[in-house]
Design a binder for this molecule. Structure first.
Ligand code: FAD
Length: 302
């Protein structure tokens, strides 16, 4: 449990209105699941982030960086520690030549829209991914043959000790749904995307076409965290799960989507335990039937 002393100290770094105690994480995740976090802090700028991270590291208090919560499953018991939210209060976007510079809390949808408005092409694939720029870069989010690694030029981060650093594309060690930032505790504050001049009508048409595909293929009518599993080399997770006979498999309120078996959806009051139970069962049956180990893409926070 975060102590009174730590909470008092945090008040020196951010306005009191930005500090939320015993905050239900179900309100901050697209799964709509998760117990209370001891303390959730909405960050407004890099200065606040530097000071808080430095302080929390010094006093050895646990913290977790949250973007839009679209790739996390939070335990039913919540989180003992401080959640630092880099979200809508840190979401400025500007255009510099053929680059878009976005603060980490801007959504990928807002960033792709800014690119469209500036007649810049390259982020169309990201317009339907419901995460922030920060979360997107950490996960190397991607869809329809595009991934952020293809367009990221520079990433500004803050180290746990409060130092500001800049990583170029090579330093990010991007891989399939991964980057170097999953191995350390650096926080993204700003990302520069290098794009190409394009035709606005074509960019818009591409975005609309991909949005239509998403609506047709994905169970967007239910809360979820997107694809629950990474794509195993040579297979599609959704197809393996379907072929293992698990379409519609349900425990409590957590269900293997009927529309896309790669998604576990919250069909009503699912607990994190329900979701993890479904995940375990899916992994076991797929391994038994096809000998394939499914790796969870969704990050479990407890
Ligand atoms: C309906 C739906 C569809 C989806 N479709 C796709 C898809 O097509 N492609 C795809 O790749 N993903 C998809 N996702 C998953 C998700 O949107 C992405 O992984 C997204 O990039 C996560 O961003 P976020 O801001 O929500 O991050 P969070 O879920 O908040 O966090 C994810 C990870 O990033 C870290 N993080 C977040 N912000 C920062 C920051 N500023 N600095 C450092 N670390 C940070 C967190 O600590 C955590 O480890 C989908 C999800 C849903 C719900």
């Amino acid at each position: 449990m975060v102590s009174e002393a730590v909470i008092e100290a945090i008040k020196n770094f951010v306005p009191e209105n930005n500090i939320h105690l015993q905050e239900p994480m179900a309100d901050h995740t697209t799964f709509r699941i998760g117990g209370p976090a001891d303390c959730l802090v909405e960050l407004e700028n890099e200065e606040q982030l530097k000071n808080i991270q430095k302080y929390l590291t010094l006093v050895e208090e646990r913290f977790f960086i949250l973007g839009n919560g679209s790739n996390v499953l939070v335990s039913d018991h919540g989180y003992r520690g401080v959640i630092l939210q880099v979200g809508r209060k840190m979401s400025g976007i500007r255009t510099e030549g053929n680059c878009i510079v976005a603060q980490a809390g801007a959504t990928l949808a807002q960033t792709a829209k800014a690119a469209l408005e500036s007649g810049l092409s390259g982020l169309e694939f990201a317009s339907g991914i419901p995460g922030t720029v920060g979360g997107g870069v950490v996960m190397n989010a991607g869809a329809y043959d595009g991934e952020l690694s293809q367009v990221v030029k520079q990433v500004k981060v803050v180290s746990p000790g409060g130092e500001v650093l800049e990583f170029d594309n090579g330093t990010m060690e991007f891989g399939y749904r991964t980057s170097v930032l999953q191995k350390n505790s650096f926080t993204v504050t700003e990302v520069t995307f290098e794009l190409k001049e394009g035709d606005r009508d074509q960019i818009r048409a591409k975005m609309e076409e991909l949005a239509k595909k998403r609506r047709e293929k994905q169970p967007l009518e239910f809360p979820s965290a997107g694809s629950t599993f990474k794509r195993p080399a040579g297979y599609f997770a959704g197809k393996l799960i379907m072929d293992a006979g698990m379409r519609g498999y349900q425990i409590g309120g957590a269900r293997v989507s009927d529309k896309h078996c790669g998604f576990i959806v919250n069909v009503g009051k699912a607990s994190a335990q329900d979701v993890t139970d479904v995940i375990c069962e899916v992994k076991e049956r797929v391994k038994l039937r096809f000998g394939v180990d499914l790796e969870t893409e969704v990050i479990y926070l407890e």
